[in-house]
Write a new protein. Structure first.
Length: 294
């Protein structure tokens, strides 16, 4: 069970790893928990695992780096491969792939941190986020009435994505293999940020989402197509915003997560359970789906 690691999402990864290890032991697997560090290659050579369950989140573990190590060592692993992981983690490049596939996204640009703080690089309202991080770490919303640009924290990278703000409801769909599971409507008091995602009671999940059948079908279709166009394997989760006032035209893709969280408050295990798949069965399916050359 590969978990932890050096990314900004270390604590969530540790929680994911512990939950998945417990579930797999319940399904009869022997599990060794490994906190991914600089000696990872030596650890894996010593353990000689049959399969690596990748429970890492964020950079290094979700962007193709660890996947490349596992390919080199010829150890079968879960979730997406090198290319799909790198592509999905890079928000601007994944949006370019969505556009080619005819999937709806909002306009966006890449800009330097200095440019963003010096003046509006696009007309407000807009969102500023790292181009290659997940879990809403370091997201700034600049409202329509904002007179001045945002002052970004020191933790923000030198280059960021600036994208047109998409109003509406926050929804998400998990894809498992070639099956889109269901649509979850995520209800919060404000922005669906890191705290809302991972704190107990931080958000309320309604599934299946109480939306028109047309919107449900579009979400399921778009998520399956996003999974396919990026080349994802195992499970992925695609996030949406839906502006009810605009109907189907108000539905846009935000991003696809190739390593969805597997914690007690996580969305993908909830969707699997709604479809009759227990947490243990989901983890077992991921292990049995593992391979190299993904």
């Amino acid at each position: 069970m590969l978990m932890g690691g050096p990314s900004a999402e270390r604590e969530v990864s540790l929680s994911t790893g512990r939950e998945c290890a417990r579930a797999l032991r319940g399904e009869g697997y022997e599990v060794v928990e490994v906190d991914a560090g600089p000696d990872l290659v030596a650890q894996l050579k010593d353990i000689k695992p049959d399969v690596v369950f990748n429970a890492l989140h964020g950079r290094w573990g979700e962007d193709g780096c660890v996947q490349g190590i596992l390919e080199w060592l010829r150890i079968p692993y879960t979730h997406s491969g090198v290319l799909a992981s790198a592509l999905a983690m890079d928000k601007e490049r994944s949006k370019a792939a969505y556009r080619i596939a005819g999937l709806p996204v909002v306009d966006s640009v890449l800009a330097s941190k200095d440019e963003v703080m010096a003046g509006h690089v696009i007309a407000p309202p807009y969102v500023v986020k790292p181009n290659n991080e997940g879990s809403s770490v370091g997201i700034y919303i600049v409202h329509e009435a904002a007179n001045s640009p945002p002052q970004l924290s020191d933790e923000m990278p030198a280059q960021v994505m600036v994208e047109t703000y998409a109003p509406g409801r926050e929804m998400t769909v998990t894809v498992m293999g070639d099956r889109a599971l269901c649509v979850t409507d995520i209800l919060t008091d404000g922005w669906y940020d890191y705290e809302a995602k991972y704190a107990t009671g931080g958000s309320r999940h309604v599934l299946p989402a109480d939306v028109p059948e047309e919107i449900t079908n579009l979400c399921l279709d778009y998520a399956a197509r996003a999974h396919d166009v990026l080349g994802c394997r195992g499970i992925s989760r695609t996030d949406f915003r839906w502006d009810e006032a605009r109907g189907a035209e108000g539905l846009v893709l935000l991003e696809t997560n190739t390593q969805p969280g597997m914690t007690p408050t996580s969305l993908s295990p909830e969707q699997a359970e709604h479809c009759g798949i227990t947490f243990g069965q989901l983890c077992e399916w991921l292990v049995e789906d593992a391979s190299c050359e993904r």
